[in-house]
Structures are given as C-alpha cells and as structure tokens.
Design a protein around this ligand. Structure first.
Ligand SMILES: [Zn+2]
Length: 131
C-alpha cells in the first residue's frame, strides 16, 4: 500500500464523518471499534469454533538467543478463521482503521506520516523499537 492509498483513505474519512465530529465521539468510537475487533476474534473461537485458543506459559529455554525466540513463541491459536469469521474480522479492522483516520483528522495528524515514522523506527532500531 503506497502513501496515496493512506492519504486517500484519510481524506475519504474526513468527507464522510459528519455525525461523530467531536473528539469525545471519535475517541470513544475508536475504542469501541477496537473492542469489536477483539470480539470478532473471540467469537471465532467461542461461537464458530474455527479457531481454538489454547493459552499457556511460553516455553522458552533459558539459553535461547533473541534470534531463536520466535521459534519458541506460540500464538496459542489452533486452526484458522473460516471465510465467514475472516470477513467479520476484516470488516471490524476496517472500521477500526476508519476511526483511527478520523482521530488523525480531528488532531490534524497525517496517518501516512505516522506510518512512515514508525516504519523508519522499526527499520532503524529493529527489536529495540518495541516497548
Ligand atoms: Zn469461523
């Protein structure tokens, strides 16, 4: 996805978001949309059953190097979202992105600038970019 797509998306959001213009509406809708993403993932396990969540302590050998860590880390997910669940999760993620763009518009921030800055941090700092 190039810069043009992010800028077009943010511009389109600014044109269609009329009803929830207040920062209070935007931040609460943003939070609500995040909860809906999480709920769609959980419902894939608890309603549909296409995924199973089997969480347990990560089993990492004491002498494992940082480079070896990803080989020992588990997502705790068995299976994969079916087409119906995948569609629902993607829809909720899209809605979440909508309100992220709306929050950027309300605060006069450019989503594309934020993504570029974050990408630069990741490329420059690698594993040290995480906090
Ligand atoms: Zn499913």
């Amino acid at each position: 996805m190039d810069s043009t797509t992010f800028n077009k998306f943010q511009d389109s959001v600014s044109k269609v978001l009329v009803r929830h213009k207040s920062i209070l509406d935007v931040v609460t809708k943003y939070q609500e949309s995040c909860a809906k993403v999480n709920r769609a993932v959980v419902k894939s396990a608890t309603s549909c059953g296409c995924i199973k969540i089997s969480a347990e302590r990560q089993n990492i050998p004491d002498d494992a190097s940082y480079e070896e860590l990803s080989g020992y880390m588990s997502s705790h997910i068995d299976g994969a979202p079916c087409d119906v669940c995948r569609d629902k999760i993607e829809k909720e993620m899209g809605n979440h992105l909508f309100y992220l763009a709306a929050l950027c518009n309300t605060l006069d921030l450019q989503l594309d600038d934020i993504l570029k800055s974050q990408l630069k941090n990741i490329d420059t700092l690698g594993k040290y970019s995480l906090y």
